[in-house]
Design a protein around this ligand. Structure first.
Ligand code: SAM
Length: 229
Protein backbone atom coordinates (compact mmCIF):
# COMPACT_ATOMS: atom_id res chain seq x y z
CA UNK A 1 0.00 0.00 0.00
CA UNK A 2 1.26 3.44 -0.93
CA UNK A 3 2.22 5.77 1.94
CA UNK A 4 -0.15 8.59 2.80
CA UNK A 5 2.58 11.01 1.82
CA UNK A 6 2.91 9.63 -1.70
CA UNK A 7 -0.88 9.26 -2.03
CA UNK A 8 -1.13 12.98 -1.40
CA UNK A 9 1.57 13.62 -4.00
CA UNK A 10 -0.36 11.41 -6.45
CA UNK A 11 -3.57 13.38 -5.88
CA UNK A 12 -1.97 16.36 -7.65
CA UNK A 13 -1.15 14.38 -10.80
CA UNK A 14 -3.86 15.08 -13.37
CA UNK A 15 -5.50 12.09 -15.05
CA UNK A 16 -3.77 10.94 -18.19
CA UNK A 17 -0.53 12.68 -17.31
CA UNK A 18 2.80 11.81 -18.80
CA UNK A 19 5.01 12.34 -15.82
CA UNK A 20 8.53 11.84 -14.54
CA UNK A 21 9.28 10.66 -11.03
CA UNK A 22 12.82 11.75 -10.26
CA UNK A 23 14.47 9.79 -7.46
CA UNK A 24 11.80 7.13 -7.75
CA UNK A 25 13.48 4.54 -5.51
CA UNK A 26 11.10 1.53 -5.63
CA UNK A 27 8.89 3.23 -8.24
CA UNK A 28 5.99 2.96 -5.81
CA UNK A 29 4.49 6.25 -6.97
CA UNK A 30 4.44 5.59 -10.75
CA UNK A 31 3.20 2.02 -10.19
CA UNK A 32 0.34 3.27 -8.03
CA UNK A 33 -0.62 6.05 -10.43
CA UNK A 34 -0.48 3.83 -13.53
CA UNK A 35 -2.52 1.10 -11.81
CA UNK A 36 -5.23 3.62 -10.95
CA UNK A 37 -5.21 5.62 -14.17
CA UNK A 38 -5.02 3.58 -17.34
CA UNK A 39 -4.09 6.63 -19.42
CA UNK A 40 -1.11 7.62 -17.31
CA UNK A 41 2.44 7.09 -18.51
CA UNK A 42 5.57 7.51 -16.42
CA UNK A 43 9.33 7.72 -16.57
CA UNK A 44 11.01 6.74 -13.31
CA UNK A 45 14.49 8.20 -12.85
CA UNK A 46 17.14 6.98 -10.44
CA UNK A 47 20.75 7.99 -10.07
CA UNK A 48 21.73 4.99 -7.95
CA UNK A 49 22.05 1.44 -9.23
CA UNK A 50 20.32 -0.27 -6.26
CA UNK A 51 17.11 1.77 -6.34
CA UNK A 52 17.18 1.67 -10.14
CA UNK A 53 17.03 -2.12 -9.99
CA UNK A 54 14.30 -2.05 -7.32
CA UNK A 55 12.28 0.22 -9.59
CA UNK A 56 12.70 -2.10 -12.56
CA UNK A 57 11.68 -5.08 -10.47
CA UNK A 58 8.53 -3.33 -9.23
CA UNK A 59 7.51 -2.35 -12.74
CA UNK A 60 7.92 -5.96 -13.88
CA UNK A 61 6.05 -7.30 -10.86
CA UNK A 62 3.03 -5.17 -11.72
CA UNK A 63 3.47 -5.87 -15.43
CA UNK A 64 3.65 -2.16 -16.23
CA UNK A 65 6.66 -2.26 -18.60
CA UNK A 66 4.66 -0.66 -21.41
CA UNK A 67 3.50 2.21 -19.20
CA UNK A 68 6.53 2.95 -17.03
CA UNK A 69 10.05 3.36 -18.27
CA UNK A 70 12.84 3.19 -15.71
CA UNK A 71 15.98 5.16 -16.48
CA UNK A 72 19.34 5.40 -14.76
CA UNK A 73 20.77 8.88 -14.52
CA UNK A 74 21.14 12.13 -12.68
CA UNK A 75 18.03 14.21 -12.01
CA UNK A 76 16.13 15.61 -14.98
CA UNK A 77 18.97 14.76 -17.37
CA UNK A 78 17.26 11.44 -18.10
CA UNK A 79 14.48 13.31 -19.93
CA UNK A 80 14.40 14.23 -23.59
CA UNK A 81 12.61 17.32 -24.76
CA UNK A 82 8.83 17.14 -24.67
CA UNK A 83 8.56 13.70 -23.10
CA UNK A 84 6.55 14.64 -20.03
CA UNK A 85 4.16 17.35 -18.92
CA UNK A 86 4.63 16.88 -15.21
CA UNK A 87 7.54 16.10 -12.90
CA UNK A 88 7.58 14.82 -9.34
CA UNK A 89 10.61 15.20 -7.09
CA UNK A 90 9.80 13.81 -3.66
CA UNK A 91 11.42 12.54 -0.52
CA UNK A 92 14.70 14.44 -0.53
CA UNK A 93 16.05 17.61 1.00
CA UNK A 94 14.93 20.92 -0.44
CA UNK A 95 18.41 21.98 -1.45
CA UNK A 96 18.92 18.75 -3.44
CA UNK A 97 15.55 19.31 -5.15
CA UNK A 98 16.63 22.84 -5.98
CA UNK A 99 19.92 21.57 -7.44
CA UNK A 100 18.09 18.98 -9.54
CA UNK A 101 15.73 21.67 -10.88
CA UNK A 102 18.56 24.04 -11.51
CA UNK A 103 20.80 21.56 -13.31
CA UNK A 104 17.87 20.24 -15.35
CA UNK A 105 15.98 23.41 -16.19
CA UNK A 106 16.67 23.02 -19.92
CA UNK A 107 14.65 19.75 -19.80
CA UNK A 108 11.57 21.42 -18.39
CA UNK A 109 10.28 22.93 -21.65
CA UNK A 110 7.10 20.85 -21.79
CA UNK A 111 6.66 20.51 -18.05
CA UNK A 112 3.56 22.40 -16.94
CA UNK A 113 3.49 21.21 -13.35
CA UNK A 114 6.15 20.29 -10.84
CA UNK A 115 5.21 18.57 -7.60
CA UNK A 116 7.94 18.82 -5.00
CA UNK A 117 7.97 17.18 -1.61
CA UNK A 118 11.07 18.37 0.24
CA UNK A 119 11.76 16.67 3.56
CA UNK A 120 13.48 19.79 4.89
CA UNK A 121 14.39 23.26 3.62
CA UNK A 122 11.17 23.87 1.71
CA UNK A 123 12.21 27.48 1.31
CA UNK A 124 14.91 26.74 -1.30
CA UNK A 125 12.34 24.99 -3.47
CA UNK A 126 9.86 27.86 -3.29
CA UNK A 127 12.50 30.42 -4.12
CA UNK A 128 13.59 28.40 -7.14
CA UNK A 129 9.97 28.23 -8.36
CA UNK A 130 9.44 31.93 -8.00
CA UNK A 131 12.74 32.71 -9.74
CA UNK A 132 12.01 30.43 -12.73
CA UNK A 133 8.45 31.28 -13.65
CA UNK A 134 6.50 28.63 -11.79
CA UNK A 135 3.80 29.78 -9.47
CA UNK A 136 2.69 27.82 -6.46
CA UNK A 137 -0.89 26.76 -7.10
CA UNK A 138 -1.33 24.50 -4.12
CA UNK A 139 0.42 23.22 -1.04
CA UNK A 140 -0.51 20.73 1.60
CA UNK A 141 0.89 19.06 4.69
CA UNK A 142 0.82 15.43 5.62
CA UNK A 143 1.97 13.70 8.79
CA UNK A 144 3.67 10.36 8.62
CA UNK A 145 5.68 8.52 11.29
CA UNK A 146 5.95 11.62 13.43
CA UNK A 147 7.21 13.91 10.69
CA UNK A 148 5.19 16.62 8.99
CA UNK A 149 5.88 16.79 5.26
CA UNK A 150 5.05 19.64 2.92
CA UNK A 151 3.95 19.07 -0.67
CA UNK A 152 4.37 22.00 -3.05
CA UNK A 153 2.58 22.14 -6.40
CA UNK A 154 3.89 24.66 -8.92
CA UNK A 155 2.44 25.45 -12.34
CA UNK A 156 4.03 27.21 -15.27
CA UNK A 157 2.44 30.09 -17.17
CA UNK A 158 0.28 31.32 -14.37
CA UNK A 159 2.15 34.57 -14.63
CA UNK A 160 5.02 35.61 -12.41
CA UNK A 161 4.77 35.13 -8.69
CA UNK A 162 6.82 37.13 -6.30
CA UNK A 163 6.85 35.80 -2.79
CA UNK A 164 7.62 37.63 0.41
CA UNK A 165 10.24 36.23 2.77
CA UNK A 166 7.45 34.99 5.01
CA UNK A 167 5.68 33.26 2.14
CA UNK A 168 8.95 31.58 1.22
CA UNK A 169 9.35 30.28 4.74
CA UNK A 170 5.79 29.23 5.55
CA UNK A 171 4.44 28.61 2.05
CA UNK A 172 1.89 30.97 0.47
CA UNK A 173 -0.94 28.41 0.34
CA UNK A 174 -0.11 26.86 3.70
CA UNK A 175 -0.20 30.33 5.20
CA UNK A 176 -3.68 30.89 3.77
CA UNK A 177 -4.99 27.54 4.93
CA UNK A 178 -3.41 27.48 8.40
CA UNK A 179 -4.42 23.89 8.98
CA UNK A 180 -4.03 22.08 12.30
CA UNK A 181 -0.79 20.53 11.09
CA UNK A 182 0.51 24.00 10.28
CA UNK A 183 0.14 24.96 13.96
CA UNK A 184 1.72 21.71 15.10
CA UNK A 185 4.71 22.18 12.81
CA UNK A 186 5.34 25.83 13.60
CA UNK A 187 4.87 25.45 17.34
CA UNK A 188 7.54 22.79 17.15
CA UNK A 189 9.79 24.95 14.95
CA UNK A 190 9.33 27.85 17.34
CA UNK A 191 10.68 25.84 20.26
CA UNK A 192 13.47 24.46 18.13
CA UNK A 193 14.58 27.93 17.09
CA UNK A 194 14.42 29.14 20.67
CA UNK A 195 16.81 26.37 21.68
CA UNK A 196 19.12 27.13 18.78
CA UNK A 197 19.19 30.82 19.70
CA UNK A 198 20.10 29.99 23.30
CA UNK A 199 22.89 27.71 22.10
CA UNK A 200 24.20 30.31 19.70
CA UNK A 201 24.29 32.96 22.41
CA UNK A 202 26.42 30.70 24.58
CA UNK A 203 28.97 30.12 21.83
CA UNK A 204 32.47 31.50 22.44
CA UNK A 205 32.16 33.74 19.39
CA UNK A 206 28.49 34.09 18.51
CA UNK A 207 27.61 34.59 14.87
CA UNK A 208 25.50 37.70 15.33
CA UNK A 209 24.25 37.87 11.73
CA UNK A 210 22.92 34.35 11.92
CA UNK A 211 21.51 35.05 15.35
CA UNK A 212 19.61 38.04 13.95
CA UNK A 213 18.10 35.93 11.19
CA UNK A 214 16.90 33.36 13.69
CA UNK A 215 15.49 36.03 15.99
CA UNK A 216 13.66 37.65 13.09
CA UNK A 217 12.18 34.33 12.08
CA UNK A 218 11.16 33.62 15.64
CA UNK A 219 9.13 36.81 15.61
CA UNK A 220 7.52 35.86 12.28
CA UNK A 221 6.54 32.49 13.69
CA UNK A 222 5.10 34.13 16.79
CA UNK A 223 3.03 36.50 14.65
CA UNK A 224 1.83 33.79 12.32
CA UNK A 225 0.82 31.51 15.19
CA UNK A 226 -1.05 34.33 16.86
CA UNK A 227 -3.00 35.18 13.76
CA UNK A 228 -0.84 37.80 12.14
CA UNK A 229 0.11 37.13 8.53
N1 SAM B 1 10.67 9.60 -4.30
C1 SAM B 1 10.56 8.50 -3.35
C2 SAM B 1 9.72 8.90 -2.18
O1 SAM B 1 9.36 10.08 -2.08
O2 SAM B 1 9.39 8.05 -1.34
C3 SAM B 1 11.92 8.02 -2.89
C4 SAM B 1 12.68 8.97 -2.01
S1 SAM B 1 14.28 8.36 -1.64
C5 SAM B 1 14.46 8.82 0.04
C6 SAM B 1 15.34 9.42 -2.54
C7 SAM B 1 15.81 8.78 -3.83
O3 SAM B 1 16.37 9.78 -4.67
C8 SAM B 1 16.89 7.74 -3.62
O4 SAM B 1 16.46 6.53 -4.17
C9 SAM B 1 18.10 8.31 -4.35
O5 SAM B 1 18.86 7.31 -5.00
C10 SAM B 1 17.46 9.24 -5.36
N2 SAM B 1 18.27 10.38 -5.81
C11 SAM B 1 19.07 11.19 -5.08
N3 SAM B 1 19.65 12.13 -5.84
C12 SAM B 1 19.20 11.92 -7.11
C13 SAM B 1 19.45 12.55 -8.36
N4 SAM B 1 20.27 13.59 -8.46
N5 SAM B 1 18.82 12.06 -9.45
C14 SAM B 1 17.99 11.00 -9.35
N6 SAM B 1 17.73 10.37 -8.21
C15 SAM B 1 18.33 10.81 -7.09
Amino acid sequence: KLSRRLQKVASFIMEGSRFADIGSDHAYLPCYVCQNDRHAYAIAGEVNEGPFQSAQKAVQTFDLQNRIEVRLGNGLQILDDGEVNLAVIAGMGGSLIKTILDEGKSRLGSVQRIIAQPNVDERSVRSWFSAYGYSISNETMVEESGHIYEIIVADKNDGPQSLTDRQLLFGPSLLNQKSNLFYVKWNHEYKKRQRVIEQMKRAATPDYDKLDVFKKELIWIEEVLHDGS
